[in-house]
Design a protein around this ligand. Structure first.
Ligand code: HCB
Length: 215
């Protein structure tokens, strides 16, 4: 892979126009989208998180960096989706109630589309009722939930409990993820899997889907 450190810098600096321009150049140069995301773009967002932690960055910088990341991802998404073959299954995914972070969830969406899944993206700040409605209407094999804040992680548990109460839990596999979520937490709240990152999430989703279809 060529050196795309200027793309890394554009995301850290929150420069969406340069991020889009350089992503376009990377696509034209034949770079592999997954490698560009995992080796340049995701590390840039990690650096943004570090700068926020040491109070060099504040919320406006996070917003700008998020916008710059999205500007690049939007260009890569159709290419990732086009690499898929047979529809693998259907997944409903969303960021749980109270949480507005969607960059990681959007990456999972892109990777899932790339793996051939039909993805129904419920967006951010999704209440349990919306997950339940989507399971009833769309009949997915998998439900994905994302949480980035320690204060919104409990909404994963609440959503799973609401799904149990509504009688829609047993028909689906649940995968959870997001920076503060762990394998142990996933087990504790009764999820079927934990997706450490988007590419692992897509691999696990294929396995879960095969299990759901076999059941
Ligand atoms: Co935000 N924020 N933020 N933020 N934010 C974090 C998450 C902190 C960790 C920063 C910090 O303090 N170090 C922190 C949370 C601390 C905590 O809870 N312990 C924090 C805070 C505190 C806040 C606010 C409260 C700030 C404030 O207002 N004072 C506020 C909360 C708003 C709300 O949600 N109600 C807030 C707001 C924002 C924005 C809006 C400015 C912006 C979000 C923009 C957007 O998403 N559209 C933002 C951002 C950008 C971040 C950081 C910098 C980056 C998050 C990110 O995009 N990571 C983040 C710092 C960090 O995470 N280090 C910071 C990159 C993606 C690729 O990683 O982990 O999301 P990911 O996803 C992975 C992985 O987890 C997995 O696959 C993904 C791809 O590999 N995955 C799944 C994710 N979901 C999955 C679901 C599955 O089913 C399977 C796998």
């Amino acid at each position: 892979m060529q050196d795309w450190s200027k793309l890394y810098d554009a995301i850290v600096d929150g420069d969406d126009k340069t991020s889009a321009k350089l992503t376009k150049e990377a696509i034209e140069a034949g770079e592999d989208p997954s490698t560009l995301i995992s080796e340049t773009m995701v590390p840039a967002m990690a650096e943004v998180g570090r700068l926020f932690e040491i109070e060099e960055y504040f919320v406006p910088e996070l917003l700008l960096a998020g916008r710059a990341m999205k500007a690049g991802l939007e260009l890569l998404r159709p290419i990732l989706a086009a690499s898929g073959v047979e529809p693998t299954g259907r997944i409903v995914i969303g960021t749980v109630k109270g949480d507005l972070h969607d960059i990681g969830k959007n990456l999972v969406v892109s990777m899932m589309e790339g793996a051939g899944f039909e993805v129904i993206d419920l967006g951010i700040d999704v209440p349990p009722e919306t997950f339940i409605e989507a399971v009833r209407d769309k009949k997915p094999q998998i439900v994905g939930m994302s949480a980035l804040l320690t204060v919104t992680m409990p909404a994963i548990k609440t959503t799973i409990e609401a799904m149990v109460a509504a009688g829609v839990r047993d028909g689906v596999k649940i995968m959870v993820g997001g920076a503060p979520v762990t394998e142990e937490y996933a087990r504790e709240v009764g999820a079927d899997a934990f997706g450490e990152n988007a590419s692992v999430a897509a691999t696990i989703a294929k396995r879960l889907c095969a299990e759901a279809k076999a059941a």
